[in-house]
Design a protein around this ligand. Structure first.
Ligand code: ZN
Length: 157
């Protein structure tokens, strides 16, 4: 497992760095009509602004600006790539799966190394962020953009 594990760690690190260096969907959308929500993680100083363009139950476009640590910014980029163009129910599903990854892993750590029950294949590149849970203080960095997205979706209702 150690060999495979470290190769996987390398791959995950590469994905995170790639999204940090070349963030996807960077920018702003005119608001209104776009929804604009801000998120802030005081523990680390991460900031994120998420712009959402929703039409006919589909997240047509998502853009983001912000600054902060590599985890917060790469998580935001990975998130935007994962949800852009998707129907809202799929967006919410992805959010739930990702949050589950962060939560399950947190519980897993507490109980000393049980295998996660989250289907990592369903997460695609997002699985790269699972390494974050080795550093519990960084979980808030990883979930910042997601919580901001949820806040934005809530404004639709
Ligand atoms: Zn951070």
């Amino acid at each position: 497992m150690s060999n495979l594990g470290s190769n996987l760690d390398d791959l995950y690190r590469e994905i995170i760095l790639d999204h940090y260096r070349s963030p996807r969907n960077r920018g702003e959308l005119d608001s209104p009509p776009a929804i604009r929500v801000e998120g802030f993680n005081p523990l680390c100083g991460d900031e994120i602004v998420v712009y959402l363009d929703v039409e006919d139950g589909v997240l047509k476009n998502i853009k983001m600006t912000g600054s902060g640590c590599s985890i917060s910014q790469s998580s935001a980029s990975l998130m935007s790539a994962a949800v852009k163009g998707k129907p809202l129910d799929q967006v919410r599903e992805t959010i739930a799966t990702f949050k589950q990854l962060m939560t399950v892993q947190e519980a897993t750590l507490a109980h000393d190394g049980e295998a996660p029950v989250v289907d990592l294949r369903a997460l695609g590149e997002l699985a790269a962020l699972q390494g974050v849970i080795k550093f519990p203080v960084r979980i808030k960095c990883a979930t910042l953009s997601w919580n901001t997205l949820i806040q934005g979706l809530d404004e639709l209702n």
